[in-house]
Design a protein around this ligand. Structure first.
Ligand code: NAD
Length: 486
């Protein structure tokens, strides 16, 4: 399939125009054969500032347009994504190494997010100047919700279409304008939002998309003209973004990493549990902030569950997304491949008990790593504590419900958790005691745009999706009216 989305001679979209970047070269790869797809030019620091100027200039009119009119644009973005579905699937299979069914899910998720925030934009009008009474009869209070202004956004490479949709859709609905920097590893998918913005005649400057790596991101975080920064990525970079924003007391939202637990009680059906464990760690080759990379199993269930899990993992079909029936693709980029390979070597050195995987097949040209499971992990080991961001699962065991909760909470992160048990009352009780922003009970990691996304502890600041995702781009304005008529 010839896919024009894979070529981008003009790699920036700024002030309603596609323009050539004047920064460094960004070569993007097909991770299943480690060959370059194309080279794009990054935005220079001056071009970052120009995009920010455009976003600020566009802000007053976009804010004044009102929710219902903005909703029309959001719905048209959703339709335009649908029209490009096949090409978008293809671009993610090529540039991310996602199997087809995963790439397809990402397109659906992005579409659902724009449709959901179209509704939110419409409802926003009904929430304006809401009156409420105050204890003094001569006073009346009102609240308005105002967009914060032009927002800088920085996103990672693991779900390029989706992480961007989760920021762009609510920000546009709220009435904010945007300068978004894509990941240097996967800039192609998000440039489609620029194609769509031009096609639907989104007012110029409302949405600006910049290609670039860390230096472009740094320029964005150092600007004095942005009302807010919204970042998704690693804790290391998130901390730098926050430090930069702190110099100007600029608000930030941070969606960071995780080391999430999946708790399996002995009454869970074995086959279903195996599928949920496998999807929780091997979907997207484990490159998920929400990967349930710590498996906690009720000890008396181990003999039934673990052999079935190992067997399923051993037969997981790993390969190029273009091979029929593939369930897991390669890691998306070389640094991630190098990191995970180094960690597999460390596991050998540390004598971890490997049940399956653990060794990279060097004869493969792409950035493939096998789905890997280590048993009886020590709680002091880095594999228990630190995010790997690859297909690596560690297992430990519990005897009581309290111990399961204690183990699940033994983490510096608090993004998600999954609980598998036929006893719904127990599952609910456990869910209430786990420090995580999103919990699934007996479910795969299905995320609806209506539900909150984000974490406790080191997993970030703020929430995306749902009405909370909209609130992230709104400021509350209170109006007090003194009226002697009472
Ligand atoms: P990363 O932190 O390395 O990069 C994220 C983005 O920041 C990229 O666009 C990168 O170019 C940019 N960047 C790098 N250095 C910068 C700097 N100094 N200043 C400004 N921008 C800079 O993360 P990654 O490797 O792309 O993604 C993986 C991480 O993202 C994982 O830790 C994962 O858990 C996290 N993540 C979190 C969520 C969530 O919703 N919580 C979702 C997806 C990914």
């Amino acid at each position: 399939m010839h896919n024009p989305l894979l070529e981008r001679p003009l790699s920036l979209y700024s002030n309603g125009q596609f323009i050539a970047g004047e920064g460094e070269d960004i070569t993007v790869y097909d991770p299943s054969n480690a060959t370059p797809i194309t080279t794009l030019k990054a935005a220079s620091a001056i071009q970052v500032e120009q995009a920010i100027t455009a976003a600020n200039k566009a802000f007053p009119a976009w804010c004044a347009l009102g929710g219902p009119k903005r909703a029309e644009y959001l719905r048209r973005i959703a339709q335009a994504l649908e029209q490009r579905r096949e090409r978008l699937i293809n671009v993610q299979m090529r540039n991310n190494g996602k199997p087809q069914f995963e790439a397809d899910l990402d397109v659906s998720d992005a579409i659902a997010t724009f449709n959901y925030y179209a509704e939110q934009a419409e409802q926003l009008e009904t929430r304006q100047n809401t009156p409420f009474s105050l204890p003094d009869p001569y006073y009346q209070g009102q609240t308005r919700l105002e967009p914060v202004g032009a927002v800088g956004m920085i996103v990672p490479w693991n779900f390029p279409l989706v992480t961007s949709a989760w920021k762009i859709a609510p920000a546009l609905a709220a009435g904010c304008t945007i300068v978004l920097k894509t990941s240097e590893y996967t800039p192609l998918a998000e440039l489609v939002y620029a194609d769509i913005a031009q096609e639907i005649e989104l007012p110029q400057g409302v949405l600006n998309i910049l290609t670039g790596a860390a230096s472009t991101g740094i320029a964005l975080t150092q600007s004095k003209k942005l009302a807010k920064l919204s970042f998704t990525g690693s804790n290391q970079v998130g901390s730098r973004v926050m430090q930069s924003a702190a110099e100007r007391c600029q608000p930030v939202s941070l969606e960071l990493g995780g080391k999430s637990a999946i708790l399996v009680f002995k009454d869970a059906p074995v086959e279903q549990a195996v599928e949920q464990i496998v999807a929780g760690i091997f979907f997207n080759c484990g490159q998920m902030c929400s990967a349930t990379s710590r498996l906690l199993v009720e000890r008396s269930f181990a003999q039934q569950l673990i052999p079935a899990l190992v067997e399923r993992t051993r037969h997981l079909k790993v390969g190029s997304p273009f091979t029929e029936g593939v369930e897991m693709g390669p890691l998306s980029n070389l640094p991630q491949y190098q990191k995970v390979t180094r960690l597999l070597k460390q596991a050998q050195h540390d004598g971890l008990e490997c049940l399956v995987g653990g060794e990279v097949n060097k004869s493969q040209t792409g950035w493939f790593v096998p789905p890997t499971i280590y048993d009886h992990i020590d709680r002091q080991h880095p594999f228990w504590r630190e995010e790997i961001f690859g297909p690596v699962l560690v297992i430990t065991y519990f005897d009581t419900e309290d111990e399961a909760i204690e183990l699940a909470n033994d983490s510096d992160y608090g993004l998600v958790a999954t609980i598998l048990s036929a006893d719904l009352e127990r599952a609910q009780r456990v869910a209430n005691q786990i420090w995580a922003g999103h919990i699934w009970i007996n479910s795969l990691q299905i995320i609806f745009p209506q539900t909150a996304w984000g974490g406790f502890k080191g997993s970030g600041i703020g929430r995306e999706l749902g009405p909370w995702g909209l609130s992230a781009y709104l400021g509350v304005k209170h109006i007090s009216i003194y009226d002697t008529q009472g």
